[in-house]
Unconditional design. Structure first.
Length: 301
């Protein structure tokens, strides 16, 4: 009797081992399949990006000349320099408006509200919804509110406020996630040393969250550099340097759109695209270096 029980127990053990081996084999196959799909997707994305960059360089580099960087714009040289300066001004104004608001909102949501607060969830859903709104809707809103209602006219200021509203959800959400990723031990250590909440935020949490915050700012800069529809309705297409913030301007991407739509200087359009690409890569590189230096400085401190 005992031998029969032992044999049945051995059979059950062997069967369970076989099932475990089959399950492990299936999991390995699924893991390899998922890894292959991820690698395929990454390869396709990298190849598409490489093709676009190479195409822009091939079409644009031969047409880059000194006339393209002349300060005055005319129909002969179609200089991009005024549009480049306007782009930098637009970026500075938009970030000057959106970064303090987005960072302050993220600090409030993470550090000054209770976790699970209903208001926090509503704000997060609203921010994610605003991120998915098409840019043309922002342009129409900016035209109706800033240009018409506030009588700012089609100007640099109207375009900057419109772009600030567009990138505000991105900066707020990325800053919020960066602050949430900071370990609670940082907060506990700061409080145990007698630091207040505000001092803890600015001296401990923000330096630790700088890489994530800069990532959101970089995304915002990328959207500013690549935005055209909203700026056509709010900032205009005047290819000249503004004397005041209430003058119409033209950014690089709008400059490219105008040249391409006219069809007279398509080669200069590709050259402008090369310059825009170089500036985006340069800004991303400088931001990464700055984040690394700040992180090292806070770690050493």
């Amino acid at each position: 009797m005992s031998s029969k029980r032992a044999s049945s127990k051995n059979d059950t053990t062997a069967l369970s081992d076989q099932l475990a081996l089959k399950t492990a084999a299936r999991n390995r196959i699924k893991g390899r399949l998922l890894r292959a799909l991820v690698q395929f997707g990454a390869s396709v994305t990298a190849a598409a990006l490489l093709i676009i960059v190479v195409y822009i360089l091939i079409m644009g580099v031969p047409h880059i000349s000194l006339d393209l960087f002349a300060l005055p714009y005319n129909s002969i040289n179609v200089s991009l320099m005024p549009a480049l300066i306007n782009t930098l001004l637009m970026t500075a104004l938009s970030l000057g408006i959106s970064v303090p608001l987005g960072l302050g909102s993220a600090i409030y949501l993470v550090e000054y509200t209770q976790r699970g607060n209903r208001l926090v969830s509503i704000i997060r859903v609203t921010a994610e919804t605003l991120t998915g709104i098409p840019s043309i809707v922002y342009g129409l809103f900016g035209m109706l509110f800033f240009v018409t209602a506030l009588k700012w006219r089609i100007s640099l200021l109207a375009g900057a406020f419109t772009l600030a509203i567009m990138i505000l959800p991105i900066i707020m959400r990325t800053a919020e996630e960066a602050l949430k990723a900071v370990p609670d031990s940082y907060r506990a250590g700061s409080f145990s040393l007698g630091a207040g909440r505000l001092r803890t935020v600015f001296r401990v949490l923000l330096p630790a969250a700088i890489p994530g915050i800069l990532a959101g700012i970089i995304l915002g800069i990328g959207r500013i550099f690549g935005e055209s529809a909203a700026l056509i309705y709010t900032a205009g297409t005047v290819a000249d340097l503004p004397s005041t913030v209430f003058d119409s301007t033209r950014t690089l991407i709008v400059h490219m759109y105008v040249l391409a739509s006219e069809g007279l200087h398509v080669d200069k359009t590709y050259a402008t695209a090369v310059v825009l690409l170089i500036f985006v890569v340069l800004i991303n590189t400088l931001s990464a270096l700055l984040a690394r230096r700040i992180t090292k400085g806070s770690t050493n401190a």
